[in-house]
Design a protein. Structure first.
Length: 114
């Protein structure tokens, strides 16, 4: 099993599992005419994988998008010499964001200098 998992492309596996889980999440409730459309809510946050730091390697950082049903829709590993900002757009690239609200840390409100 270990040798099989070593050969698998981690990003492709994450994308496949995320697409599977996204397809299985319940649809939003039917909107009421007066209140308008029901929006899907997606939270984006970064975490450090517990126990992943070794004597020779830094801890693994992941950036994940999760819906409010508790389903992780997508996740990406953050480069070891970087931060979450470059991983944010590619993380959301594979998600259906139509009629969705995405929440994230203030870190992701930065933009390129003019």
């Amino acid at each position: 099993m270990r040798r099989l998992l070593q050969r698998v492309d981690g990003d492709a596996l994450d994308a496949a599992i995320g697409a599977f889980l996204q397809a299985r999440t319940p649809p939003p409730a039917e909107p009421e005419a007066k209140k308008g459309p029901v929006r899907r809510v997606i939270a984006v946050d970064g975490k450090v994988v517990r126990g992943s730091r070794t004597k020779t390697a830094t801890a693994i950082q992941l950036l994940a998008a999760m819906d409010h049903y508790g389903v992780v829709l997508a996740q990406r590993q953050v480069a070891s010499k970087s931060n979450e900002i470059p991983s944010f757009s590619p993380l959301l690239g594979g998600l259906d964001l139509q009629n969705a609200v995405v929440t994230a840390d203030a870190l992701h409100t930065q933009h390129a200098p003019i």
